[in-house]
Design a binder for this molecule. Sequence first.
Ligand SMILES: [Zn+2]
Length: 253
Amino acid sequence: MALKRPGFPTNVEGQGQLLRGDTKFFSIAPDSTELLRFLPAPKEDGFMWYPATNHYGVVSQDKKKVALACLHKHGNAETGKKCLMCAVDSYFQDNAEELGLDEEAASRLRPTTRHYAQIIRATVVDGKVSGWSRPMLTQFSATAAADVQTIFDSQRRFGQPLANDIDQGQGILVTRTGQGFKTKYKAERTGEIVSLDIIRPTWADEFMTDLYKEIGLNVATPAQQLAYLRITFPALDWEEIVTAVGFEELLAE
Ligand SMILES: [Zn+2]
């Protein structure tokens, strides 16, 4: 049986990379370290972090979890800046007992802010950086973003090129430890100055310029927010609550 059999060794690393290739979002897994290169600010204002504030904790008709953008932060001409979810959240906190809500249910509408930034991520094979991903959005808590920001602050203070400089930037190692409320991040610069054009020659064509559009916030009107609240908490008297929080105009619609 000298016949050569078909098939080749599986390229596990490359395959994994390919499967992840279409993903626009990247989160650092618990208890791991990632090498990230932050990309330049997408707009003239120079902001690198894009905070997104959402209310989680409501569901749709088919019981899928829905994230609704906080209208105080992300409201527009169509929705206005008055956020029904925030108003109901405060009402739940103040009246949990009368409404028969346990602690978990009463705090389910709390707004959560995540800070998004555009990065490319190093792929490491056998202890060596073998390549860099396409631009992706990674999300950090406020404290983790502040930790990365500390590096930029000190670079600015000492007149060094910023870590996201196109030509003279450098990667940042971000380590995530712990889970849930105990999650901690640590950010360190690599010190290895290299041009983005060298590590990801196609970056400029792949660069995302409208990060809020890419994040895909669900900016619903207060009336749409109310529809989700009714589905999620069907036992509550929504006429009464909506009136109590000053959104009675929604009942006329
Ligand atoms: Zn809100």
